[in-house]
Design a protein around this ligand. Structure first.
Ligand code: GDP
Length: 485
């Protein structure tokens, strides 16, 4: 058969070009989410499952069609193609999870990458028979996506917006030290390195304070101030907003000019390259969300989570005619929004968690779909640290979860030692997601989801067995099942 016919036949079956035929197709999968959302655990578990596929007889990913049909020949890690990106520390993370002192691995701090090759039997088409594909998993902090709007903002605009946001009731006390210092600065005075550094330090401390457990306020840019990656301590991050009055003219040599120069450099040398070299090259994206932590903290936290999700997903609502598309030509055609740590709930609540997440992300989903991307929502646990049990409580039988709480976790006055199992009644999410919040307005406290939330140790899993999971298989099917026809 002439090569053109082969290519046409293959194009119909999804292979893009001749090199796809020769070397197998390559898909770039972005994994993101704000700090502690579960990126590291997700990637480690995903890679563990995919590298064990087809090896131990029993398929642990039933909803992943190619695996369920027994067509996976094998999966393995390969050297990554990009020498200038750190490799995802898979072996270290796996050793943490599966080792004798099993514990959760070190969380994502910067961009990293891992390449997997999957060999499988094609079911259909001209090339039915052996085939393979690579998946480049790109792990990056969701905080970095929040920088996208900065590309369209001048230093003066960003300064004003940031000052305005910091004056709101929830933030004012956290920002008071930085705002107090900023009020002593004269934007028109000669540039001063010491003042710039102090302003940046106090501003960063304010952004960090907004993201602690007790103040999970939505994250404000610049993203690298919170997740600096390899820029930690770098002069590229030595700037901060200044109180500029409306119509203020920035004179050369002034403190404001110095700040403006560094802000522009941050955009040019940090933000743009990330979107150009990494984000714009992704084919598929999973956005991980720790919705349970917010549901557990109450109405204010859920409202904030909604803002956070929409801020992060804002980077994906980029259509054909936008400036962004002209600049970066993004090609993501499928986005999965995933609530992580679903093993903290009884399975009766998993669909409810998905319904709540769908409601929280509704605006962003509509926008992304409007631009042709397929979006789905899922509740998953990449590593299932609990099992289910029924417990007698008086005359009632309650659905409980059983796991080993992390040392120091406490419930009803009891402090756990890290070795003893405990059964917990996790509470139930509301059947109707509108009970957790109505449209953009949250319900009153008595309607808040009743979820009690303990942190558990990862389960004991032998190295040759993939860890138990919840709906990770569905995520695989959505994210790359169609590439394995
Ligand atoms: P990252 O900052 O997005 O990389 O977050 P991590 O992957 O490090 O996860 C943060 C924490 O969430 C972990 O240390 C675990 O305590 C918890 N976690 C993440 N994924 C799971 C999961 O699937 N099940 C359970 N029970 N806990 C998880």
């Amino acid at each position: 058969m002439p090569i053109l016919d082969i290519l046409l036949a293959e194009a119909r079956n999804g292979a893009a070009n001749l090199s796809d035929l020769v070397r197998g197709r390559g898909l770039r999968l972005g994994v993101t989410g704000l700090s502690r959302a579960g990126k590291t655990v997700f990637i480690t578990a995903l890679a563990r499952h995919l590298t064990l596929l087809g090896k131990n007889g029993k398929n642990a990913l039933p909803a992943f069609r190619v695996a369920e049909e027994g067509r996976v020949i094998g999966g393995r890690l390969e050297p990554q193609p990009d020498d200038n990106v750190p490799r995802f520390a898979y072996e270290d993370h796996l050793a943490a999870l599966a080792g004798p002192e099993r514990h959760w691995p070190q969380s994502t701090r910067q961009i990293s990458q891992l390449r997997l090759r999957l060999e499988f039997e094609r079911r259909e088409g001209f090339m039915a028979g052996g085939s393979s594909m690579t998946i480049d998993i790109v792990d990056y902090p969701g905080e970095w996506l929040l920088d996208l709007p900065l590309l369209q903002k001048t230093y003066a605009e960003w300064s004003r917006e940031t000052f305005e946001a910091s004056a709101g009731a929830a933030r004012a006390s956290l920002a008071s030290d930085w705002r107090g210092f900023a009020a002593t600065l004269l934007p028109g005075a000669p540039e001063d390195e010491g003042q710039a550094r102090q302003a940046a330090e106090k501003f960063t401390a304010y952004l960090r304070a907004s993201r602690t457990d007790s103040y999970a306020l939505s994250t404000l840019p610049p993203g690298r101030f919170l997740m600096p990656g390899d820029l930690d301590g770098s002069p590229a991050l030595t700037f901060a907003p200044l109180p500029l009055s409306e119509g203020f003219v920035i004179e050369p040599g002034s403190l404001a000019a110095m700040m403006e120069r560094r802000y522009e450099a941050y955009k040019t040398f940090v933000v743009k390259p990330f979107f150009q070299h990494h984000f714009a090259r992704l084919d598929r994206q999973i956005v991980l969300v720790d919705a349970l932590a917010a549901l557990n903290s109450g109405a204010e936290a859920v409202r904030d989570l909604q803002r956070g999700i929409n801020d992060v997903l804002g980077a994906f609502r980029t259509g054909n005619n936008t400036w962004f598309n002209t600049l970066f030509r993004p090609r993501i055609d499928k986005i999965l929004i995933a609530a992580t740590k679903a093993d903290h709930l009884h399975h009766l609540s998993h669909d409810r968690l998905e319904a709540i997440l769908r409601q929280l992300s509704a605006r962003s989903i509509a926008r992304a779909e409007g631009f042709g991307a397929q979006v789905d929502v899922i509740a998953l646990a990449a590593v299932r640290a609990t099992r289910e049990a029924q417990i007698k409580y008086g005359k009632d039988t309650l659905d409980a979860i059983v796991g080993t709480p992390i040392k120091g976790e406490a419930l009803d006055g009891h402090v756990f030692d890290g070795d003893t199992e405990a059964a917990v009644f996790p509470g139930q999410l509301p059947d109707d997601p509108r009970e957790a919040f109505r449209g953009d307005t949250l319900a009153t406290p008595e309607h808040e989801a009743d979820v009690r939330f303990l942190r558990f140790r990862p389960p004991q899993t032998p190295l040759d067995t993939p860890p138990a999971q919840i709906r990770l298989d569905r995520a695989c099917q959505f994210l790359f099942g169609d590439w394995m026809p």
